[in-house]
Design a protein around this ligand. Structure first.
Ligand code: CP
Length: 307
C-alpha cells in the first residue's frame, strides 16, 4: 500500500507522481461527501486547523475552511488586519503564539515568497502553503489537475496552454510544475513583459501569439493580470491587453472542439476573458471551485491523518 509521508505542503516539487495520484484519488473519494444532504464525516474530529491569511482570498480561505468543517475538524481563521501584526508583531512571533495553542495544521497565505517554508522550519504544526508571493500555490495546482483528470480522464499526454501574466502568477508556478510532472505538454503565452525569462527551463514552450498558442490544445488556462505584484508598466492599456490576449469567442474558434477553459479566479471579466466565454459551455471555472473543497479535504486528511 502506498504511504503518503509528508507533514507540510509547501510546493509541488516535494511531491512525487505517486503522492499526486494519491491526493487525487483521495479527493475522488471525498467528493461524494459534498453532495450529501448531511455534508459531514467524523474523519478529523478533535483536530484543529488555523487559516492564517495575510492577503485577501475568497476561494482558498473558504475552501480550506469548508473542507476542514466537512471532516469535523475545529477551525480558526485569522487575517492580517485581525492579527497583532498591525501592532508590530512579526510573522514568526504570531505563528509561535498560535503554535502554543497546539493546532495540527496552519494554512498560510503570505505576500512574501518562502514565508510558509520559514514557518515550517520553526513550528511543530504542519504548514500548508496557500499562496506565497509570486512563488507557488500548490493546492490550486492540485485542484486544477483533479479537474482536468475528471473532465478528460487523464493528464498524461494532454496539451495545455496557460495565457496571461505568467511572470507574477504563483498559480502558473505550481501548475507548470504539476502538469509537467504528470506528463502534460505545457505552452505559455502572454506579453513578453509577463513571461519569465527562464520559463523554458521548466520544460514549457513559449508562443507569444495566443491564436497560435491555443491551436490543438486540450486545456486553456487563463490568468488575471497580477497588478498588485507588478512593479512597473508592463502593457500599454487594459483595452490593448484585452484585444491581444483576452479570450473571446473569436479567439476560441481556433481551439479544439472539446477544449476546456480554466481560470483560478478571481476573474476580471472583460479583461482576460469575456463574460460569454467565462459562462459558456467550455468553461469549467466553477467545477474548479467545487473540486477545490475535495482536494483540500484530501490534503488535510493525508497531512494530519485521522481515523
Ligand atoms: N484561486 C485563488 O487563489 O483565489 P483566492 O485568491 O480568492 O483564494
Amino acid at each position: 500500500m502506498y504511504t503518503f509521508n509528508h507533514k507540510n505542503l509547501l510546493g509541488i516539487d516535494q511531491l512525487s507522481v505517486g503522492d499526486i495520484n494519491m491526493i487525487l484519488d483521495t479527493a475522488d473519494a471525498f467528493l461524494e461527501i459534498s453532495s450529501r444532504d448531511i455534508k459531514k464525516a467524523p474523519t478529523l474530529r478533535g483536530k484543529s486547523i488555523v487559516n492564517f491569511f495575510y492577503e485577501p482570498s475568497a476561494r482558498t480561505k473558504a475552501s480550506f475552511e469548508m473542507a476542514a468543517k466537512r471532516l469535523s475538524a475545529d477551525t480558526l481563521s485569522l487575517s492580517a488586519n485581525e492579527s497583532s501584526m498591525v501592532k508590530g508583531e512579526t510573522l514568526i512571533d504570531t505563528a509561535q503564539n498560535l503554535q502554543a495553542m497546539n493546532p495540527d495544521i496552519i494554512v498560510l497565505r503570505h505576500p512574501s515568497s518562502g514565508a510558509p517554508h520559514f514557518l515550517a522550519k520553526h513550528l511543530e504544526a504542519g504548514v500548508i502553503n496557500a499562496g506565497d508571493g509570486m512563488h507557488e500555490h500548490p493546492s490550486q495546482a492540485l485542484l486544477d489537475l483533479f479537474t482536468i483528470r475528471k473532465k478528460k480522464g487523464r493528464i498524461k499526454g494532454l496539451r495545455v496552454v496557460i495565457i496571461g501574466d505568467i511572470a507574477h502568477s504563483r498559480v502558473a508556478g505550481s501548475d507548470i510544475r504539476a502538469l509537467k510532472k504528470m506528463g502534460a505538454e505545457v505552452t505559455v503565452s502572454g506579453p513578453p513583459t509577463m513571461i519569465p525569462t527562464d520559463v523554458e527551463s521548466l520544460g514549457t514552450q513559449v508562443v507569444s501569439d495566443p491564436t497560435r498558442a491555443l491551436k490543438g490544445k486540450d486545456v486553456i488556462m487563463m490568468l488575471r493580470i497580477q497588478l498588485e505584484r507588478q512593479s512597473g508598466i508592463l502593457f500599454p492599456s487594459l483595452r490593448e491587453y484585452s484585444n491581444f490576449f483576452g479570450l473571446n469567442k473569436e479567439l476560441l474558434k481556433g481551439a479544439k472542439k472539446d477544449v476546456i477553459i480554466m481560470h483560478p479566479g478571481p476573474i476580471n471579466r472583460g479583461v482576460e476573458i469575456t463574460w460569454d466565454v467565462a459562462d459558456g459551455p467550455f468553461s469549467v471555472i466553477l467545477d474548479q471551485v467545487s473540486n477545490g473543497v475535495a482536494i483540500r479535504m484530501a490534503l488535510l486528511y493525508l497531512l494530519i491523518g485521522g481515523e
